[in-house]
Design a binder for this molecule. Sequence first.
Ligand SMILES: *[C@@H]1O[C@H](CO)[C@@H](O)[C@H](O)[C@H]1NC(C)=O
Ligand SMILES: *[C@@H]1O[C@H](CO)[C@@H](O)[C@H](O)[C@H]1NC(C)=O
Ligand SMILES: *[C@@H]1O[C@H](CO)[C@@H](O)[C@H](O)[C@H]1NC(C)=O
Length: 558
Amino acid sequence: MYSVKLLLLVLPSIFLNSSSAAKLGVVQTEGGKVEGKSHRMGLFQTVEVFKGIPFADIPGKWEKPKPHPGWSGTLKATKYRDRCLQVTLLQKETHGSEDCLYLNIFIPHGRSVSSNLPVMIYLFGGAFLLGASNDVAYLGDSLYDGKEMADRGEVIVITVNYRVGTLGFLSTGDARLPGNYGLWDQHAAISWVHRNIKAFGGNPDNITIFGQSAGAASVSYQMLSPYSKGLFRRGISQCGVALSPWALQRNPMALTKKIARKVGCKTTNEDAMVECLKMSDPIGLTKAVPVCLPVSPPGPVLDLLELSPVVDGDFIPDEPSKLFHHAAQFDYLAGVNSMDGHLFAGVDVPSINKKQVNTTVEEVRSLLAGLTKEKGSAGVASAYSTYSSHWGSLPQQEVIKKTVADIETDFLFLVPTQIALQLHAANSSGARTFSYLYNMKTRIPGFPGWVEAEHAEELQYLFGHPFSMSIGYFPRHRDLSGYMIAYWTNFARTGDPNTGNNRVPASWPAFTKHHHPYLTINHKISKSSVSFDLRSEYVNYWTGTYSSLPSVTAHTSP
Ligand SMILES: *[C@@H]1O[C@H](CO)[C@@H](O)[C@H](O)[C@H]1NC(C)=O
Ligand SMILES: *[C@@H]1O[C@H](CO)[C@@H](O)[C@H](O)[C@H]1NC(C)=O
Ligand SMILES: *[C@@H]1O[C@H](CO)[C@@H](O)[C@H](O)[C@H]1NC(C)=O
């Protein structure tokens, strides 16, 4: 009797162990041994997760990342490590640590241990100010949990940390504080993956980097840097490129002086100021960031997104638009969400989200004036006539409000992405280019009916949340999630989103020098989801008419 009970207790565990046996267990990396944890997905499928593997040592303040000294014994890689030191969402406090250069690996296995898998490295977004590889945990897993994507796409997914905010991007625009420390961290992480991923069953010659918002602009920067040659093969930019107006700081010294004053460093002698900054408390420096998003700022919110990469003459040797020959070797897939700018538009022109309040023509003009400062009154006049040309004589409020969101979407995201795609396609010799527009209707409650796809909304589908969390999602959300995972992971596997292990609902034609097709991504994808020349009227306006207007000498505030 007793032994039968014992047998019944033991049997299932024998069965479970034998059927979920495919795992790497302890893996030898250049720094030492690591051991992760297996998660069962389907009957014969597991995803082995390694969390918190260091890819560099604790970085010195405003120094490039250094190799990790290594460890003895086996590192239990089962917990996410701290995010890099940053302000909290409301920007009153800080959280995270300077000891933050870690990455996380998600490896799918079937009946046997995987080998030679394509690898996808994710760079998180957050305006170069916020964010982490394991950001926004709700109901358990983080938004960027790679298990579903790894399992459904049969790829290794890796999420990495990089320094953000003052510690990641402060620069004097010269050798004293060259800037771009966060980009160097990303580069160190990609290099670590290139050197070590074979031991985890990955193919070091099949690495794709992908990212969203500031992470998407980071992907673009990594592709444009001469340091990336041969390190990875493809890139995906979701809502951001190096050409986005918020992605490059052209006057870093002015910003550094502002921050120096905030932490009590004198700015009259620049060398002394730099010495003082170097001795300042990292928490104080992190808090000195001049942003106040929830409160309506005096100019467009764009003006506050200031801590970004710089042309340092090294990692980024020149203006991003002049570096596309470096990117010619990589396959590139890029796109935007139809209302990427809505979030920013709602801060700049709050009336667009209020049913009872009308948005006035003056508000539209003053938003345009803020965005087109460098071209003076001629800029506002031509931009206004372009954006109001379809209004008719008595425009409905909804039309005006949607125009405000379109203006910010075009200016901050869509037009720069189209320019990057065109430069990439024109320079490419054999590498492929793909363009998309994501327009799934928003799930965020309380927004007006005209709002389509908000900034960052595609991430929950790409990371397979409708599969891992059934609450709040419907079959159409799982359809969309399956489509995105298929296109993205096929692209990582073959350089073509149509070809790979996963079937796709429609063929997505490549973007070339002369033809500019794009796929519209939502829960109903069919042949008719392919269109051409995304918002070309507006792309042509900003790249043609607007850019040829003479610049008035900009009066930049100190
Ligand atoms: C990338 O991976 C795919 C699928 O495993 C394979 O067919 C292809 O040859 C790989 N490419 C390289 C350069 O190894
Ligand atoms: C290729 O990229 C460079 C920048 O590196 C750009 O100036 C040039 O216009 C591009 N080539 C073509 C044919 O568009
Ligand atoms: C808002 O504009 C509409 C016309 O689009 C007008 O009928 C209405 O009276 C206005 N409401 C307010 C509060 O001004």
